[in-house]
Design a protein around this ligand. Structure first.
Ligand code: ADP
Ligand code: MG
Ligand code: MG
Length: 493
């Protein structure tokens, strides 16, 4: 198809007259033509496949779900069929993945850059008369920065660094540019389910080859979960080799434990040599599935746990520096002229990265703020938050900017402004809670990247797998867990 994000067509009645050869070279056409009966069969098979293969998530309607493991599960929200996506843009996104991995690593080593860039997010001076008070602009980011500055003061070095990232993109319909939405350096979600969705779609395309006339090989293999597991295992090896935990070396047979931050505070002990003990187990690698949102830290206990882990010699994915390097403020600072040059030498690499940058501005830019007040629909206003549902859109951008101007506080440092990207809107079959419905939707491509380094030795720097997320076009935000989007895969064209 020539259009950038055309919906997947599944042939149906319109295709019955065509030969097999015509079918396999057939561009994707209109989803409206699909036989509703075929959709029902596909939907049923998709539900069966999901149950059998563990393409499931917690079911919020079951009270014990999320409290008792294995209780209250439902199929993941999914798109019934993969999304047609141009191969050239796909390759572009894959190609920049190792460069972004390297960039995050370099940025993480520049403590001064992180502290300076985020300094105004942290506190502002309130002058009233002779009294100078400080006020937290963003208390959550401030706490993260406190841990970071404490590590800087102590001269803490992370020799082994592990990054499991997901860089997200939207394809701007008008300009046909692949533009980065953000890069996630903490708890990047769905490497596991994303891999499964690609398998599901491939299986449906094979099963209904005759009726759909689509080639399952055009859905790229998705090794996200394997890539992440390999990186974690290799990190563990790097950690344990000099320490000689012989019984586990060089295998994937690594013991894992899953704990809340509060449990780590309760059970974690730091030994004089930096080893973190939880119970009687020495911890080699810490992977964070939480810790990116203020609600993950309901008390001081969680903050103590975060600090304890940071002080330890365990490999943290992410370290506090990697976490801060993934903030929206840093994304905006990196987009300023000559900043990428501070971290990368290769001119081609710099050009490739810069090509992905959308317009990004701080709220100090008065021309942009003025324009955003006049034409708010062309901007997104973002605080330093993760997990979806935090951004400001449309008329709320204008209202928020006006409020900040009136109040004249420093709170504007907590936000960035970003060019709003408009991807193609296409009819899509979305499945949630066992029900398949058609809606207008737009998509966001996430590319997973794994990075592992021990001092000067880069052990792994790879693009590994992807995640397409598709959301109804009436929704601004795209969170899958938050209920806005579904998991999807890619059909290259
Ligand atoms: P989070 O870290 O909370 O995921 P994001 O920057 O990814 O924050 O924004 C959340 C969602 O908002 C994205 O998944 C996307 O759907 C939408 N969004 C973010 N930035 C833009 C943008 N510049 N243009 C259009 N939509 C955007
Ligand atoms: Mg994010
Ligand atoms: Mg996001």
């Amino acid at each position: 198809s020539s259009s950038a994000l055309s919906p997947i067509n599944t042939g149906g009645r319109g295709e019955e007259m065509k030969t097999q050869e015509e079918k396999s070279t057939q561009p994707m056409s209109d989803l409206h033509k699909i036989d509703p009966e075929l959709i029902q069969r596909l939907a049923y098979d998709a539900l069966v496949w999901s149950s059998i293969h563990g393409l499931v998530v917690g079911d919020k309607s079951v009270p014990r779900s999320g409290k008792v493991p294995g209780v209250g599960l439902v199929h993941a929200p999914i798109a019934l069929l993969p999304l047609s996506f141009p191969e050239s843009h796909w390759k572009q996104a894959c190609e920049v993945s190792p460069i972004f991995n390297e960039l995050i690593d370099r940025v993480s080593l520049d403590g001064e850059f992180l502290q300076d860039s985020l300094s105004r997010v942290r506190v502002c001076a309130l002058l009233s008369g002779w009294n100078c008070r400080t006020k937290m602009v963003d208390a959550f980011t401030s706490r993260l920065m406190d841990i970071h500055s404490q590590m800087l003061e102590n001269g803490k070095r992370e020799e082994i660094r592990l990054g499991l990232h997901r860089s997200d993109y939207m394809l701007d319909e008008q300009t046909k540019l692949l533009l980065q939405i953000e890069i996630n350096t903490i708890s990047a979600s769905f490497p596991g389910l994303g891999s499964l969705v690609s398998e599901l779609h491939r299986s449906l395309l094979n099963q209904y080859k005759e009726q759909l006339g689509l080639d399952s090989r055009r859905i790229p293999r998705n090794a996200a979960v394997n890539g992440f597991a390999e990186a974690l295992a290799k990190a563990w090896e790097e950690y344990s080799n000099p320490r000689c935990f012989p019984q586990l070396c060089n295998t994937y047979d690594v013991a894992t434990i899953r704990k809340t931050l509060a449990e780590i505070d309760e059970q974690g002990v730091l030994q004089p040599d930096g080893t973190l003990l939880v119970g009687d187990q020495a911890i080699g690698v810490i992977y964070f599935r939480a810790g990116y949102a203020p609600t993950d830290y309901p008390s001081e206990s969680e903050w103590r746990a975060r600090l304890l882990m940071e002080q330890s010699s365990a490999i943290k994915c992410p370290s506090i520096s990697y976490h801060l390097a993934g903030t929206k403020k840093i994304q905006q600072e990196l987009a300023k002229p000559n900043v990428l040059e501070r971290f990368l030498e290769n001119k081609d690499d710099i050009a490739k990265i810069r090509k992905c940058f959308a317009g990004l501005w701080s709220l100090d830019d008065s021309d942009i703020v003025k324009d955003a007040i006049e034409r708010p629909e062309f901007y997104v206003m973002k605080p330093q938050r993760e997990g979806g549902g935090n951004n400001i859109y449309g008329d709320d951008v204008r209202k928020s900017l006006l409020r900040l101007q009136e109040e004249g506080t420093e709170e504007n440092a907590a936000y960035i402004l970003m060019q709003r990207i408009f991807p193609t809107i296409a009819p899509t079959y979305l499945m949630r809670d066992g029900i398949c419905h058609k809606d207008h939707a737009m998509s966001e491509l996430g590319i997973y990247g794994a990075y592992l380094r021990n001092k000067e030795n880069v052990i792994m720097n790879e693009q590994c797998g992807y995640l397409m997320r598709t959301k109804v076009s009436s929704s601004n935000e795209g969170g899958v867990a938050a209920g806005f989007a579904v998991l999807d895969s890619v059909y290259l064209n």
